[in-house]
Design a protein around this ligand. Structure first.
Ligand code: NAP
Length: 320
């Protein structure tokens, strides 16, 4: 079974899935209240983050995703610290704040390099588009950073199909491929299938990096209307309320039923459903070694076409 793939049309090899490190790190001051920490609650501390990284590498997962914005840079600092001396692929995102202007790009890049303790960033992603910001102008500066050897592959995140095409075209003028677009994608959020993003990725040879692939924990099977998830966002967002949790139980039951055939968990089946699409690369968040090891188990089995179709059919209500 092939555990590796090329990231988009770059020459960089990555594992078929990664690890989301959004909840990692030890922020200070106000950064302790950043959504990266409060949405679901923080990870289980330095040792468990280290275990998560090491067990992932052991299982063949080499891509770790962070962002300048997560907990005021604490996640980047932690990933950099844990990665020291290890041959791993680090994906990070800019900017660090909402007042970003295109001309801030070089400063943002230097700050991320410093926090990561690296000379170059494997995948540097623009975190979210902004109507006030020129994509071609930004991509021009990103291309300069690639030519300077500071960025190995270029990505975007939360870009629409149209915005992706604009970034792709601007980079192509400099002979650089847009490697990835990171968007939310899971069995409970199938929007990329209908908004043109998945089709554009397939057409242009761009990897769709799927964030929140476990739907923030809802696809793990451990939460229900009676056992609700912790963390501020999971307490207030409608998709986690009792009614919504009841509505998704048939999905969890099917994940469990399929998983039993292969001795796999619901999380592993939910991640495998994404991995079965060669364009898609999920980055499940892991708060500890146990979760990271469990998630990496998605690499070691396959779903049949019938199983994929039954999951497709059962989650049509989330394909909007
Ligand atoms: N580009 C963007 O705008 C954007 C936005 C959001 C996220 N992301 C990226 O995507 C990554 C993942 O997304 P996410 O954290 O939002 O959602 P997710 O991967 O769907 O869910 C992660 C959460 O599920 C639980 N979990 C994970 N593995 C588990 C397992 N094997 N068994 C039981 N529970 C498990 C953990 O929380 P509990 O144990 O508390 O349930 C974990 O924090 C982030 O780390 C970040 O790198 C990017």
């Amino acid at each position: 079974m092939e555990h590796k793939t090329l990231l988009g049309q770059s020459a960089l090899q990555v594992s078929r899935m990664g690890v989301g490190a959004m909840t990692w790190g030890d922020p200070k001051g106000l950064a302790r209240f950043h959504p990266a920490k409060t949405a679901y609650g923080g990870a289980d501390g330095f040792e468990e983050e280290q275990r998560a990284l090491e067990l992932s590498i052991e299982a063949g997962v080499n891509l770790f995703d962070t962002a300048a914005m997560y907990s005021g840079g604490a996640s980047e600092r932690r990933v950099g610290e844990l990665a020291r001396g290890k041959d791993i692929f680090i994906a990070t995102k800019y900017p660090s704040g909402f007042s970003f202007r295109v001309e801030d790009f070089p400063k943002e890049l230097e700050a991320s390099l410093a926090r990561l303790g690296r000379d170059s960033i494997d995948l540097y992603q623009h975190h979210f588009p902004n109507a006030r910001l020129s994509i071609p102008k930004l991509m021009g500066l990103v291309a300069d950073a690639v030519e300077a050897g500071k960025v190995k592959a270029v990505g975007v995140s939360n870009y629409s199909a149209e915005q992706m095409r604009e970034a792709h075209a601007a980079l192509a003028q400099r002979g650089i491929a847009l490697a990835s677009n990171q968007v939310e994608y899971s069995l409970l959020h199938r929007k990329p299938e209908v908004d043109g993003v998945l089709d554009a990725c397939r057409e242009l040879g761009i990897t769709l990096i799927a964030y929140s692939p476990l739907a923030g924990g809802r696809l793990t099977g451990k939460y229900s209307a009676h056992n609700r998830a912790g963390g501020f966002f999971r307490r207030i967002l409608p998709q986690y309320n009792r009614k919504a949790m009841d509505a998704l139980q048939p999905v969890v039951e099917l994940l469990r039923e399929i998983g039993e055939r292969y001795s796999k968990t619901p999380s592993q089946v939910a991640l495998r459903w994404l991995i079965e699409n060669p364009t898609v690369l999920p980055i499940p968040g892991a708060k500890n070694g146990k979760q990271a090891k469990d998630n990496a188990g998605a690499l070691t089995f396959s779903l049949t076409a019938d199983e994929i179709e039954s999951l497709n059919q059962l989650t049509l209500a989330w394909r909007v």
